[in-house]
Design a binder for this molecule. Structure first.
Ligand SMILES: [Fe+2]
Ligand SMILES: [Fe+2]
Length: 310
């Protein structure tokens, strides 16, 4: 067993710190991707067979394949960040993020196996794999390649600029702008709580996929912490380590066309224009929080106390 040095002893975790509070919140909000009830989605998709055509079913598969692939990619790409964090609190939080990305991957895999494949068989359409290249496009590949490169670069370069670039790729563009827009689109299309301005037909003609949307709600809550952590770190790098905010802006400008390009070939019941403006608005809001000196990333530690008190 490694001997503890004085420095190690001096850096015990502090649950009152920003990352410590996020860690506690993650532990408290634990959920199991195998326990989300998705059986009703199978029936719903078969009931709506007439108004929700075979082609649209394949678009739903495309969306789930891109989500699952994205979650799997970010699970694998996250590791180098663990080596680049110096604080114990940050490292504790990091383990929850890694674990949660793996849970998100599991949820989408399960949805494929237990809902999409049996429905495809029942409808008599081709059974496909989520890893099939037909579900990717060039912008999707380019974006995730860029995220992987920026994270892997931390193995050789842990400078404040390299860290700010990595957080901008991963936490701001992939997890915040891209994933949140995609979740918003699925929720709008397949939930009675969705945004009617985004769907291009009456909601009564669309299946209610409560299992998918319920899993996504859990995932979004986890992602809220991941994004909050990344934003907090980027703000610190700008304010305390003098990283030029242009570093962040450059990454966002470079990647935004890929984010838009990921949605343009989806021919589902959602309006592309509405989605792209949602993504742009998210991006602008993130930039404001990062660059405005008096803006704040919400701490979540008090949420734990509030929920416990009932
Ligand atoms: Fe995730
Ligand atoms: Fe995440």
């Amino acid at each position: 067993m490694a001997r503890l040095t004085d420095t190690d002893r001096g850096t015990r975790a502090d649950m009152d710190s920003f990352a410590g509070g996020y860690f506690r919140n993650a532990v408290y909000r634990h959920w199991d991707p195998d326990e989300v009830d998705i059986a009703g989605d199978r029936r719903e998709l078969l009931d709506y067979e007439e108004s929700f055509s075979g082609e649209e079913f394949d678009m739903l598969r495309l969306a789930v394949a891109r989500f699952g692939g994205g979650e799997e990619a970010v699970t694998e790409d996250l590791m180098p960040l663990g080596l680049a964090l110096d604080g114990t609190d940050e490292q504790l939080f990091f383990t929850t993020q890694l674990y949660e990305e793996a849970k998100h991957t599991r949820f989408f895999d399960r949805y494929w196996e237990e809902v999409l494949t049996p429905v495809a068989e029942e409808l008599g359409v081709e059974v496909t794999e989520p890893t099939d290249e037909r579900y990717l496009n060039d912008d999707y590949v380019a974006l995730f390649d860029a995220v992987e490169r920026s994270m892997a670069s931390l193995l050789d370069d842990r400078s404040p600029e390299a860290r700010a670039r990595a957080y901008s790729h991963y936490h701001i563009v992939a997890e915040s702008v891209l994933a949140q827009t995609a979740y918003y689109s699925l929720q709008s299309a397949f939930s009675s709580s969705g945004d009617d301005d985004v769907v291009t037909r009456p909601r009564s003609k669309l299946p209610n996929l409560d299992g998918l949307v319920g899993g996504i709600a859990r995932i979004r809550s986890d992602e809220g912490r991941h994004v909050g952590f990344g934003m907090h770190q980027v703000r610190k790098l700008i304010q305390e380590d003098n990283v030029d905010e242009a570093v962040v802006r450059e990454v966002l400008t470079e990647l935004m066309p890929h984010v838009a390009g990921i949605f343009t070939d989806i021919e589902g019941p959602v309006d592309h224009g509405a989605l792209v403006s949602y993504a742009r608005e998210k991006l602008t809001r993130r930039l404001d929080i990062i660059t405005e000196a008096d803006a704040e990333v919400p701490p979540v530690d008090d949420l734990v106390a509030i929920e416990r008190a009932g």
